[in-house]
Design a protein around this ligand. Sequence first.
Ligand SMILES: [Zn+2]
Length: 193
Amino acid sequence: MSLHVQVALSLPEWVHAQVDTGHAYPGDESKVALAIELSRLNIEAGSGGPFGAVVFDAANDRIVSVGVNRVLPQHCSVAHAETMACMLAQQRLQRARMNRDLDDNIVGRYVLATSSQPCCQCYGATVWAGIDRLLIGARSEDVEALTEFDEGPLPADWVGELERRGIEVVRDLHRDAAREVLRRYGQSDARRY
Ligand SMILES: [Zn+2]
C-alpha cells in the first residue's frame, strides 16, 4: 500500500448553483439562514450530514466561503461544515488566521455562521481560525436530541472562553428552522452520510 501525502477535500457540485458570492447578507439572521439552507440542501442531495456553515466578510456582509458536512462521502472525520468553511476561507484569503497577517496586524473582520453549535472539534478550530463573530442556529442539545451525533466535550464556559479571545458569540438564531433540518435527518434512514 502506497503512502498518502496529500488530502483533498471538496464541496459538492450543487453549491455552485446555490451560492451567490455577489449577494450581501446583512444582519445576523440572514447569515445563519443561509447556513441552515445549506444544511438542508446537503441532506436533500445526499452529499453529507445535516450541517452547513458560511464565512462572511464583516466589511460587506458577502460570502467568503461556505461549508457543508462531508465526513462520510470523503472518509474524513474532520470534514465538518465549520472546518470546511474555515479551511476554504483561509485558502481563498491565503492567511492561516483570516483576520490577521503574519505580523499579527488586523487585516479584516470575519463572521462564521453555522446551522448548529460547533462540536468540540469545530469549537477548537474556531479559536485559531481568525474569526471575530460566531453565529449559531441550533444548540448542541438539539443535535444530540434529534440525531445520533455526539457533539463531544466542551469547556463549561465555552462562550466565555471564545469571548476572552475576541470572538463574539450569538446563539439561537433561527433555532427552530435549524432544528427542523436535524429532525428531518434524524427521522430519515439517511444516516449513512
Ligand atoms: Zn464539528
